[in-house]
Design a protein around this ligand. Structure first.
Ligand SMILES: [Zn+2]
Ligand SMILES: [Zn+2]
Length: 348
């Protein structure tokens, strides 16, 4: 079968690999659509993939098939699996966890001591077939397409961030960085009842998209001072600022844009230590919190898409075939900041 395999930094190869064999207790899925994520870009640039030693739970290491945002159809069901049948449409919740540590026992499996991702710490969904444990699969209802299915995972990140933040109906929020996660956060905040949503980015195309999906104001941080603008328009600052850009400056601006008692919720991955103005934090009695992925939220995300509350298709800016994932996907996302979510048609 065809798969996009990570061999090393800037070395992802679309090649023929052996189709994984079904084993008892697992399910084989024919992958139809898969999204490219910011963490796939990090991996392409050499960070965050399982290298040199096998992952403690999956037992796998590079070379690894990438891809963790994907949906497809069940083609084979292993012995002992009763809750899935052939032809079920499914989305994959790609978290790897031990099931035994104190966090897993509390069902906070995204905090597992052996936490990992299918597609980064085990073979993933940029492949024609995957074999997975049924606990990773969620059925998609008829109204949800397989393309929308591939968008459930990033939407779960956004929804989890909204739910874990101090956000309340009627609040004003800011979203710094409107790539796919930022756009989905805007959608989720709007669905949750935000009255004013400030979108901040440096790409004019992304800012247009942000307004299309529900931002009240789109602020280009190259052209104007985003903090001054937010404070003026919101009459003193927002209740919650979601940091989805992953930079020191946007974290600082998030803190400056919240009102007293407000909250900065970090959704992005900020790989290097950064400076924080703790004096400002103290004088505002503000808080900085963060979320990692999501937990126990896929069914809600699927329902919100099925009912039409979240029109997640709107974050898609390009669709490509698996053969072109490197140049039209991983390479393009690195240089074309007008792109948001690129979906890969795995069977094309
Ligand atoms: Zn992702
Ligand atoms: Zn665990």
């Amino acid at each position: 079968m065809k798969a996009a395999v990570w061999y090393g930094k800037h070395d992802v190869r679309v090649e023929n690999t052996e189709e994984p064999a079904l084993v008892p207790g697992k399910v084989k899925v024919k992958v139809e659509w898969a999204g490219i994520c910011g963490s796939d870009l990090h991996a392409y640039h050499g960070a965050g993939i399982q290298e040199n030693e096998p992952h403690p739970v999956s037992g796998e290491m590079a070379p690894l098939t990438m891809g963790h945002e994907f949906a497809g159809v069940v083609t084979e069901v292993g012995e002992g699996v009763s809750n899935f049948s052939i032809n079920d449409k499914v989305v994959i919740e790609p978290l790897i966890y031990c099931g035994k540590c104190e966090y897993c026992k509390r069902n906070h499996y995204n905090k597992c001591s052996s936490f990992g991702f299918v597609g980064l710490n085990a073979n993933g969904g940029f492949a024609e077939y995957v074999v997975l444990e049924p606990k990773m699969l969620h059925k998609l209802p008829e109204q949800v397409s397989l393309e929308e299915g591939a968008l459930v995972e990033p939407t779960a990140v956004a929804l989890h961030a909204i739910r874990e933040s101090k956000f309340k109906v009627g609040d004003k929020v800011a979203v710094f960085g409107v790539g796919p996660i930022g756009l989905l956060t805007i959608m989720a905040a709007k669905a949750a009842g935000a009255t004013e949503i400030y979108a901040v980015d440096v790409s004019p195309e992304r800012l247009v998209k942000a307004q299309e999906v529900g931002a009240t104001y789109a602020i280009n941080a190259i052209e104007e001072n985003s903090v001054e603008r937010i404070i003026a328009l919101s009459d003193g600052g927002v209740d919650v600022a979601y940091e989805a850009a992953g930079a020191e400056i946007t974290l600082a601006n998030s803190l400056s844009a919240v009102k007293k008692g407000g909250e900065v919720m970090v959704i992005s991955i900020i790989p290097e230590p950064v400076k924080v103005d703790v004096l400002q934090l103290t004088f505002k009695e503000a808080s900085i919190t963060s979320v990692l992925a999501y937990r126990n939220i896929f069914p809600e995300v699927i329902s919100l898409i099925a009912s039409g509350v979240l029109d997640v298709n709107r974050v898609v800016t390009k669709k490509i075939s698996l053969d072109h994932i490197v140049e039209d996907g991983l390479e393009l996302l690195g240089k074309d900041k007008s792109q948001a979510k690129i979906l890969v048609n795995v069977q094309a």
